[in-house]
Design a protein around this ligand. Structure first.
Ligand SMILES: CC(C)(COP(=O)(O)OP(=O)(O)OC[C@H]1O[C@@H](n2cnc3c(N)ncnc32)[C@H](O)[C@@H]1OP(=O)(O)O)[C@@H](O)C(=O)NCCC(=O)NCCS
Length: 304
């Protein structure tokens, strides 16, 4: 059904050339004044680009659900008290979007829904010399059962050790020097992280969310494929012990390092706004469609 159409876009900000970065930053002027100020305050260009590209993608996605001829300036987006951006005008019931940016990627999920959340994570180990000390930073995030999944249901012998001595002071640990079982644990850690964020972003919460009340389950023995072509849908969610079968969860990979989770609760009734013709190249079978800067730029120019 048309109302069920979701847009899933991904754009790699780290692959933009210097020239493209400058062209992109010039589009800051298309955002509301408060957002312009925010973008200009970022110290690192890549951080400004991630947030800016997210906001540009969000507006283009919204426009693609509005009647043809709707202009960029007619789309008004504000942030709620939890800082979550939402569509104010044109008022279209149930038309939602959510953005995530991490590592190389900015991703967007949009469509008619009751709840919609997305999170992209980067599989990495930061500021720790051992996997166990890295994990010990996050006792409040995962339930015992989630930790069992992350650790592989059996504590492995090499959890404390490293294949080689890690360089002291290194912020990002090179995954290539970790034993394979630890790399797999890091993958599972970031899969769970992305799932949890996709739900707390869908419900519009932030740091105040009680993360251990939210539990994701991957069927025991199930191995999540890192293949970007694969979309995992066997994961379930319970909140305060109550199953949430209405939450449609997916886990997939944009590339071997970036898991991406989506959380979607279908709209009970579809809003009046029907999707207009999709932007060129929307529906080609890719789960998250990779958008290029050239496509983004030309799409924006057409609706200005
Ligand atoms: C938004 C939040 C929920 C996620 O932050 P994050 O993972 O760093 O950010 P992401 O890259 O996934 O998403 C950022 C985008 O989400 C959107 N966003 C901001 N606040 C949001 C909220 N409360 N709910 C949903 N979306 C939100 C915005 O579009 C934002 O981009 P922008 O501010 O640059 O325009 C964060 O505020 C937070 O509180 N995170 C919890 C951190 C934590 O302890 N996580 C543990 C694992 S679950």
């Amino acid at each position: 059904m048309a109302q069920d159409r979701l847009i899933r876009w991904a754009l790699s900000v780290t692959s933009l050339t210097q020239e493209q970065q400058q062209a992109c930053l010039a589009f800051t002027a298309l955002l509301p004044p408060a957002e312009q100020t925010r973008i200009r305050k970022f110290v690192h260009t890549v951080d400004a680009l991630r947030s800016l590209v997210g906001q540009l993608l969000a507006r283009l996605a919204i426009l693609s659900f509005l009647p043809a001829g709707t202009r960029w300036a007619e789309v008004e987006i504000q942030r709620n008290d939890e800082w979550k951006p939402y569509l104010v005008s044109p008022a279209v019931p149930n038309l939602l979007f959510n953005v995530s940016h991490q590592g190389d990627w900015v991703v967007l999920l949009a469509g008619h829904a009751q709840l919609l959340g997305v999170d992209v994570a980067r599989t990495e180990m930061t500021a720790a010399q051992k996997l166990s000390s890295y994990f010990s930073y996050f006792p409040h995030v995962f339930t015992d059962r989630e930790w069992e999944y992350i650790r592989g249901y059996r504590k492995t012998d090499d959890e404390e050790g490293c294949a080689e001595e890690l360089p002291t002071g290194a912020f990002h640990v090179d995954l290539a020097i970790l034993p394979e079982s630890q790399v797999q644990q890091l993958h599972r850690f970031h899969q769970m992280w992305a799932l949890k964020e996709s739900y707390i972003k869908a419900i519009g919460r932030g740091l105040d969310a009680n993360l251990r009340h939210i539990e994701f389950s991957v069927p025991e023995g199930h191995v999540i494929s890192l293949d970007p072509g694969h979309v995992e849908r066997e994961i379930t969610l319970s909140v305060d012990g109550e199953e949430k079968p209405e939450c449609l969860l997916t886990l997939s990979y944009l590339d071997a390092l970036h898991p991406i989770a989506t959380c979607h609760v279908r709209a009970a009734t579809a809003g009046p706004g029907q999707p207009a013709a999709p932007l060129a190249g929307d529906e080609d079978g890719q789960w998250f469609k990779e958008r290029t800067w050239a496509e983004l730029e030309s799409s924006i120019r057409k609706v200005q």
